[in-house]
Write a protein that binds this ligand. Structure first.
Ligand SMILES: *[C@@H]1O[C@H](CO)[C@@H](O)[C@H](O)[C@H]1NC(C)=O
Ligand SMILES: *[C@@H]1O[C@H](CO)[C@@H](O)[C@H](O)[C@H]1NC(C)=O
Ligand SMILES: *[C@@H]1O[C@H](CO)[C@@H](O)[C@H](O)[C@H]1NC(C)=O
Length: 559
């Protein structure tokens, strides 16, 4: 029945004259950890981002666009599924490729939706939505989630890949593990002297094996995860950062050229490794910006965006290509390089940063959409929108299917982009930090107020708007507020002046938000138990891509 309907539907589409070749090409540029204040079109006057600025200039600039989460994995899950990450259990960042977690096969993804509409789909760059579930089954390979072609890093870029002595996933674990190791060894010695020699020796050996493995795998973390993949093959280990941006550009360009000859429209997802640390700008960008290695990396990324656009221009595909430029969440205020320089993004006037799912600095993203054939130029949309809107909007453009058997949190914002509508289709947006609602945004009908009610408050270092350590950020240390704090973020974007919720109209505003929270929570009853990273699963070298790479070589040699 469903099949028949689908066929009937596509037949109707053909009658209506929507031919595959008229569908726009779609190119997403997603930058990692880029701050909203780093882009010229969003007010930066010292970083040079002419190519990104041209997307904003020749299209629609969304200056109140929001990531669905403030860390890579949940934010990217939401972008790919148009659903809050909690609905697929992807609320925490995937700490390692050794983890058996990833985006469930039951999700209907953005590239799948486009594939169903005849698109050739490619992901170039970072994935970070899982890799193996069982030993080397590549259960979460992007090819199994809607991409026809994949080249990139299944994990994310980390300092360890750049040869830094700092371990990205340390979070203070290594120091604690040394202590536990010391205490256990002393206890074993005491046992062997006072109780039983053999028992003591056995205890000491066990301790060395278990604790030794944890310490060893953490200290060598970069080795286990630094894999570059083409489709289902690991092609490089460790990843060579020197030429990686250039190679990602080349892969994107080759994909465009190879598809140009074919009839199919293309969906190209350029998911840059920049500007996450380890920041690795290359000549001629190295040392060229006014803002150190981080600024250099931003300018190199802008150039890379331009390279892809140039290829489309040369092939006369520019006008009918829809470009979507954004960052996966806010800049990272805690990231420093070995010389102590800040290598995280700038969130403009907003407070908070990466890891903070409720303050604007963690979730406001610099988004611009250009589609010269259909969208206006130089348009500004200041209504609150979400990255989850991308999938339904594209579905509406290409006649694609959104699932009807589950909650979809994104909305079609095409009318907002074209100017047909002036109001956001969202009444409420829920802001998650890991698996907790940390704030709710409310846009009352027919007036420009944007309320935000905070339920949790980050435990920042006193007098600052950042956490004390990266561990506090990843594990999001929060204080529940005994009385939720209400702000008008349209008037008070720094969220500094709480409104008095004991008086009208604010007490009613809080009531409306509470009601929305209850019904949202009701819609979550079938959500899977959220994934929480644990030490065992990300310190098991037998499950690592390094061993997978070795296994790949052995099986190749046997062929
Ligand atoms: C531009 O970006 C840099 C680097 O993130 C930042 O330090 C600077 O403050 C920004 N300038 C403005 C005007 O926002
Ligand atoms: C990394 O790539 C660069 C540029 O292609 C090359 O010169 C260099 O030798 C490579 N490094 C390693 C370790 O292979
Ligand atoms: C907007 O709506 C809210 C709640 O309905 C109301 O309290 C507020 O006064 C309105 N603001 C304006 C500018 O109309």
């Amino acid at each position: 029945m469903e099949n028949m309907l689908a066929r009937l539907f596509s037949a109707l589409c053909l009658c209506a004259g929507i031919h595959a070749s008229e569908k726009p090409n779609i190119v997403i540029f997603l930058v990692d950890d880029l701050g909203i204040g780093d882009i010229g079109a969003f007010g930066n006057d010292t970083l040079r981002t002419p190519h990104v600025d041209s997307i904003c200039e020749n299209g629609v600039k969304l200056d109140h666009d929001l990531a669905a989460a403030s860390l890579c994995t949940p934010s990217r899950t939401a972008l790919m599924t148009s659903r809050y990450a909690i609905r697929s259990g992807m609320t925490s960042v995937i700490i390692s490729l050794m983890s058996p977690q990833g985006i469930p096969a039951s999700e209907h993804t953005l590239p799948q939706m486009l594939q169903e509409q005849g698109y050739a789909t490619a992901l170039i760059g970072k994935w970070h939505l899982g890799w193996n579930r069982q030993l080397f089954d590549q259960y979460y390979n992007p090819l199994k989630r809607g991409f026809d072609y994949y080249f990139g890093l299944p994990y994310t870029l980390i300092k360890d890949f750049g040869g830094s002595s700092e371990i990205m996933v340390d979070f203070g674990f290594v120091g604690k593990l040394y202590k536990v190791l010391g205490i256990c060894l002393i206890t074993s010695m005491v046992v062997s002297r006072l109780i039983n020699n053999k028992l003591g020796i056995t205890m000491a050996l066990m301790t060395l094996i278990v604790m030794g493995n944890y310490i060893f795998t953490l200290k060598t973390f970069g080795i286990w995860n630094s894999a570059l993949v083409r489709n289902d093959r690991i092609v490089e280990m460790p990843l060579n950062l020197t030429s990686i941006t250039q190679r990602l550009i080349g892969e994107g360009q080759n994909f465009i050229k190879s598809q140009h000859a074919a009839e199919k429209p293309i969906f190209l997802f350029m998911s840059w490794l920049h500007v996450h640390s380890y920041v690795h700008p290359q000549p001629p960008f190295k040392g060229a910006s006014q803002h150190g290695p981080y600024g250099d990396a931003v300018e190199e990324t802008d150039w890379a965006v331009g390279q892809i656009m140039d290829t489309l221009r040369e092939l006369q595909m520019l006008d009918n290509t829809l470009f979507y430029f954004s960052s996966d969440h806010g800049g990272d205020k805690l990231e420093h390089d070995e010389e102590g320089r800040l290598v995280g993004g700038w969130n403009g006037l907003f407070r908070g940063s990466k890891g903070d799912g409720s303050h604007e600095g963690g979730i406001r993203v610099p988004t611009c959409v250009q589609w010269s054939a259909k969208l206006p130029r130089r348009k500004l949309v200041s209504e609150p929108t979400s990255q989850m809107d991308l999938m339904p909007t594209l579905a509406s453009i290409v006649g694609g299917r959104m699932s009807t058997d589950r909650s979809i949190d994104g909305k079609d914002i095409l009318p907002l982009l074209t100017g047909e509508a002036t109001r956001t289709p969202h009444d409420f947006l829920f802001h998650y930090t890991r698996n907790k609602i940390s704030a709710i945004r409310y846009m009352p009908e027919e007036n420009g107020t944007v309320y935000k009610l905070h339920y949790l408050w980050p435990q920042w270092q006193p007098g600052t708007d950042t956490w004390a350590s990266l561990g506090d950020q990843v594990f999001a240390i929060y204080i529940p507020l005994s009385k939720p704090l209400l702000f008008d973020v349209a008037k008070d974007p720094r969220e500094e002046k709480p409104l008095d919720t004991s008086i009208e109209p604010y007490s009613s505003v809080v009531k409306s938000i509470e009601e929305a929270k209850r019904s949202h929570e009701k819609s979550l009853t079938d959500a899977p138990r959220g994934y929480v990273p644990n030490l065992h699963e990300y310190t098991n070298p037998l499950r690592s891509t390094f061993v997978e790479y070795a296994w790949q070589m052995v099986t190749d040699a046997m062929k």
